[in-house]
Design a protein around this ligand. Structure first.
Ligand SMILES: Nc1nc2c(c(=O)[nH]1)N(C=O)[C@@H](CNc1ccc(C(=O)N[C@@H](CCC(=O)O)C(=O)O)cc1)CN2
Ligand SMILES: Nc1nc2c(ncn2[C@@H]2O[C@H](COP(=O)(O)OP(=O)(O)OP(=O)(O)O)[C@@H](O)[C@H]2O)c(=O)[nH]1
Ligand SMILES: [Mg+2]
Length: 458
């Protein structure tokens, strides 16, 4: 258990109705008790109760704020240590002055992710669950949230733990049965290793297939091309597919139904969907097309928003720019072969430069820049694929691959007359790499790297 008591603001900084200072550690109750005035002494109150009172600077006899204080004694708390939460009035002034006072009375400022790190170090959650907490905070869609939610509850861990158990029992069993390690494996032991490794391998493969990577490799990233009529969406699909798949005319409202095509951009498989141009229309068929465009947009992993370089921004463009700014979106400024009218500054307010690509779907110039932008997004992990999966974290996927290789090596070795003590090394390695997913024996540098991605106060 950690010696020192940490504190941080747990809520977003900005105007809001309530803000929370979170304090955790051995002396959390004692620290807050020094600055909290109420009917009861905070050191005496029952755990998991809320107290009404005032935060006051005892030296200056100055009242800072009227608050509610929650006491949660370890181990029944988020960190498994004593936790005290102070709910202050919203806005940054009240909460900052309360935090400063807490820091002057014995707590130290928490590092980013330190509360969750303590929950891990104190054994309340494993590393895969802690990592899911970051995904929870970052998730931008209901589905991404659901995936993270499941993992935070230990869905992946629950599948890994029995596999590790099976492997450790195998290692122990083989250990007892080898009298002469330098000799070849006898048939009974070889069969035992093959049976167990194959069954674990099948389940590891299953996890990999269900992982994001697996889904993307099988089905491609669902990529929707949207924009106003005549922006050049169908022309872009054709340019990327190197084929005249979609009908292109200069009549706005040409595309009515969704046109689908699988393409590979720098080796990344995309399922491209060309959609009807989004606008208000009285044409019944076109209306249905526009509805389908919105539907496709909701289900997309990646969005290519096509704007016409030769025209000024339309209200419909502005709406889409706003709607898509928190999604995995690339802005495609098309028709750069024509003189520019588009108000770029307005787009650059909400979109980073590496998310904006200039091209001409007509003559093909700039298509490579789009490829670069897509692979940039993909490899940074910003593109999240739709389905509920257990494994979405690249660290977990890499460790599952490592486990798979060790298991395959062990199975192979039983056929090649390799000494048993060498096979034991492969078995132990597979047990260890599975354990690393859960954070077994995780080193400081890995933990720092993971937890530093958190926000302050988490
Ligand atoms: N005010 C507040 N709201 C919050 C959090 C918080 O820390 N504070 N959370 C922070 O993310 C989330 C809730 N997550 C939590 C997860 C575990 C425990 C906890 O105390 N677990 C103990 C005891 C369980 C029990 O009493 O049954 C345990 O699992 O041992 C608390 C909050 C969302 N809302
Ligand atoms: N000059 C120029 N014209 C282009 C370019 N891309 C598309 N066009 C022309 O713009 C017109 C509309 O292109 P489409 O690809 O059909 O546009 P769309 O966005 O699919 O339109 P809808 O299906 O009606 O929503 C056609 O006449 C294209 O030839 C480009 O890069 N440069
Ligand atoms: Mg079209």
């Amino acid at each position: 258990m950690n010696e020192d008591t940490i504190a941080a603001i747990a809520t977003a900084l900005g105007e809001g109705s309530i803000a929370v200072v979170r304090v955790s550690g051995q002396d959390a109750v004692g620290t807050v008790a020094k600055i909290f005035k109420s009917k009861l002494d905070l050191r005496e109150v029952p755990s998991h109760t809320v107290q009404y009172g005032w935060i006051a600077d005892p030296q200056e006899d100055l009242i800072l704020d009227e608050v509610l204080v929650t006491v949660m004694k370890g181990p029944r708390s988020f960190t498994a240590e004593d936790v005290v939460e102070i709910s202050t009035h919203g806005g940054i002034v009240a909460v900052k002055s309360v935090l400063e006072l807490v820091l002057r009375h014995g707590a130290r400022m928490a590092e980013p992710g330190e509360f969750t790190k303590r929950a891990f170090l104190n054994g309340r959650i494993d590393l895969a669950q802690a990592e899911a907490v970051i995904d929870l905070i970052r998730s931008k869609s209901d589905r991404a949230f659901q995936v993270a939610r499941k993992q935070a509850d230990g869905a992946l861990s629950k599948q890994i733990i029995p596999l590790r158990q099976q492997l450790i029992e195998l290692v122990a069993h083989v250990e007892v049965n080898i009298d002469y390690p330098e000799h070849d494996v006898d048939e009974v032991t070889a069969d035992l290793i093959r049976d167990n490794c194959s069954s674990v391998l099948a389940q590891v493969n299953d996890l990999l297939i269900k992982s994001n990577e697996g889904k993307i490799l099988r089905e491609g990233i669902v990529t929707v091309i949207v924009g106003r009529p005549n922006a050049g969406k169908s022309s872009l699909l054709n340019a990327l597919a190197r084929d005249n798949k979609a009908i292109v005319t200069d009549i706005p409202g040409t595309t009515r139904d969704i046109v689908e095509e699988s393409v590979s951009l720098s080796g990344i498989p995309l399922r491209l969907l060309d959609t009807a141009g989004i606008r208000e229309t009285n044409d019944k068929v076109e209306q249905i097309g526009v509805e389908r465009s919105h539907g496709a947009l909701n289900d997309a992993d990646l969005v290519l928003l096509v704007l016409n370089h030769h025209e000024r921004l339309h209200e419909d463009d502005k709406k889409l720019l706003q709607q898509l700014k928190d999604r995995s979106t690339i802005i495609v400024v098309n028709k750069i072969d024509l003189p520019g009218q588009l108000e770029l500054a307005e787009i650059e307010r909400d979109y980073a430069k590496d998310r904006i690509v200039f091209l001409s779907a007509k003559d093909g110039s700039g298509i490579e820049d789009l490829e670069k932008a897509v692979s940039g997004l993909f490899f940074s992990g910003a593109v999240e694929s739709g389905d509920i999966t257990y494994v979405s974290n690249v660290r977990h996927i890499a460790l599952l691959h490592q486990t798979k290789r060790s298991l395959e090596d062990a199975i192979q070795a039983t056929y090649e007359g390799i000494p048993i003590d060498l096979i034991q090394i492969d078995l132990a390695a597979s047990w260890e790499s599975l354990g690393q997913i859960l954070g077994d024996a995780a080193g400081d540098s890995l933990l720092n790297q993971i937890f530093s991605q958190f926000c302050l106060g988490k």
